[in-house]
Design a protein around this ligand. Structure first.
Ligand SMILES: [Zn+2]
Length: 338
């Protein structure tokens, strides 16, 4: 298990002195840069029985168990819904999906209390990885806090978060913070090209420099959704809010909010005589919609979209949220000329 190339140095530095590893680490940084992979590579390095330059060797019993997903001194906690995304076969019923939790529950934290308290199987570290940490239910965060107060020696708890400000302050303050940077543009583009992403420069710009996000946004299904939504947003009379919202389920609402926000931000830029950042290829449509827009209303909508991004990862009525946001967009972009 290796970190992405642009984070290798940060991991080597961290593992350079094992004796100084904290018992709790909060890995944070922009979404889509490879934080979880970094955290798993960190776990592998800490558990490895024959580390090479501080990193996992990939060959010892510990590295093999970890690769097979059955290392006795490693646990990973994610929301149930994320487990399903990774493990379940396609075509799982929508009802079953709805029942899965998007938060990390207190039971999940309680279930690892023994793991933390008992002696380790291999006599080395025990590693608990929790991600995304902002998904911790407050009760779960409090339970984890107790564990962080007096962890037994050899404990390494790694929290991963895009939005560390949303964690309990007391939880945050018990962790050492590690900010992971965006990769350089060259490194990100080289990696995207290796993954077969067409036009990696444009994909990276759309994703604000985050390569994993760029890769995801460039997937055919995502590209199709984006085209469909942007065509709707570019219409001179505004989007057909009701009809479009009827196609939005829980899986799509987060993407809707994401793309709508990139579009609104580009409208603001064009309105302020700047260049679009995300959708340069749709310059003419942006110009035309920007001319009909009310700048204050666009700012207000951008703020509302930021809050909606936080909400969109929680269970709610996705269709109503989509309707509401598209109608707010229509109002913001159909302002009478002053
Ligand atoms: Zn190893």
């Amino acid at each position: 298990m290796r970190p992405f190339p642009w984070h290798a140095e940060a991991l080597e530095r961290l593992m350079g002195d094992r004796g100084k590893l904290p018992h709790a680490l909060l890995v944070h940084g922009a979404a889509g840069i490879g934080k979880t992979q970094f955290a798993r590579a960190l776990a592998a390095a800490a558990l490895c029985e024959a580390p090479v330059r501080g990193l996992a060797c990939g060959e010892c019993p510990s590295c093999r168990w970890l690769a097979q997903g059955n290392h006795p001194d490693f646990r990973e906690i994610v929301p149930e819904a994320a487990e399903e995304e990774e493990d379940a076969p396609e075509g799982e019923g929508a009802k079953a999906e709805k029942a899965k939790s998007l938060v990390i529950k207190i039971d999940q934290i309680r279930a690892v209390e023994d793991f933390i308290a008992l002696t380790t199987h291999r006599g080395g570290y025990r590693v608990l990885l929790v991600h995304p940490a902002e998904a911790l239910h407050p009760a779960a965060a409090n339970a984890l806090l107790k564990t962080l107060e007096e962890p037994p020696p050899g404990t390494l708890i790694v929290l991963v978060s895009d939005r560390p400000a949303r964690l309990l302050a007391t939880l945050r303050s018990r962790c050492r913070l590690l900010a992971l940077p965006l990769p350089s543009q060259d490194a990100a583009i080289a990696w995207l090209r290796e993954q077969g992403v067409e036009d990696p420069g444009a994909a990276l710009a759309t994703a604000g420099g985050a390569p994993l996000l760029a890769q995801r946004l460039a997937e055919p299904e995502e590209a199709q959704f984006r085209r469909r939504l942007l065509a709707e947003l570019a219409r001179p009379g505004g989007a057909d809010a009701l009809q479009f919202a009827a196609t939005i389920d829980r899986g799509a609402v987060e993407r809707l909010v994401f793309w709508l926000q990139t579009w609104v931000q580009d409208l603001v830029r064009v309105r302020l005589a700047g260049k679009p950042r995300h959708h340069a290829a749709l310059g003419a449509a942006l110009e035309s919609r920007a001319r009909a827009s009310n700048l204050d209303a666009l700012f207000a909508l951008d703020g509302e979209l930021a809050s909606a991004r936080a909400l969109a990862s929680h269970p709610l009525n996705p269709r109503l949220l989509a309707e509401h946001l598209l109608m707010a967009y229509n109002r913001a972009t159909s302002a009478p000329k002053p």
